[in-house]
Design a protein around this ligand. Structure first.
Ligand SMILES: Nc1c(C(=O)O)ncn1[C@@H]1O[C@H](COP(=O)(O)O)[C@@H](O)[C@H]1O
Length: 163
């Protein structure tokens, strides 16, 4: 059963949010995905947030752009940890998304990652690390992931020397 819920405000966010899914696939972790909007489907958002823990989710990754109220509103309706992904918007390059997500009032946190695809990737890794804090097998997979990253840097160094 999925322990990570991944929601986004619109299908237009998918090209960003799928980076979180890709990294979770690489790490062999189950997740579920859904489109939910605080603005367009507020009732569905409340239901999703209220039922998340009972359905076995351990955390929620929520991505949205522009007036990105989804992560904060979901956080307001659940005590599960919420990771917010600011999607890069056309008008303001995602600064609007970032500020909408990161500036939560004290008492209702959203763990906010960077704008765009790198942020979505990190949201996936952060979710895995949170689960890995309680699961040695996941922690081992994360250690392997780090080793692979190190290997890629070694390859970059070789390429640089060949320039
Ligand atoms: N920020 C939100 C919310 C919300 O916060 O509930 N719902 C949709 N949106 C955002 O509107 C942008 C444009 O959406 P469309 O491309 O569907 O017009 C998307 O980035 C979405 O996350």
């Amino acid at each position: 059963m999925a322990e990570i819920g991944i929601i986004m405000g619109s299908i237009s966010d998918w090209s960003t949010i799928k980076e979180a899914c890709t990294v979770l696939d690489d790490l062999g972790l189950d997740y579920e995905t859904e489109i939910i909007s605080a603005h367009r489907t507020p009732e569905d958002m409340f239901t999703y947030a209220e039922e998340a823990r009972g359905r076995g989710l351990k955390m929620i990754i929520a991505g949205a752009g522009g007036a990105a109220h989804l992560p904060g509103m979901v956080a307001a309706k659940t005590t599960l940890p919420v990771i917010g992904v600011p999607v890069q918007s056309k008008a303001l390059d995602g600064l609007d998304s970032l500020l909408s997500i990161v500036q939560m009032p004290g008492g209702v946190p959203v763990a906010t990652v960077a704008i765009g695809t790198a942020g979505a990737k990190n949201a996936g890794i952060l979710a895995a690390e949170m689960l890995g804090a309680f699961d040695d097998k996941i922690a081992e997979r994360l250690a392997d992931y780090r080793k692979q990253m190190k290997g890629k840097v070694s390859q970059m160094r070789r390429e640089l020397r060949e320039q």
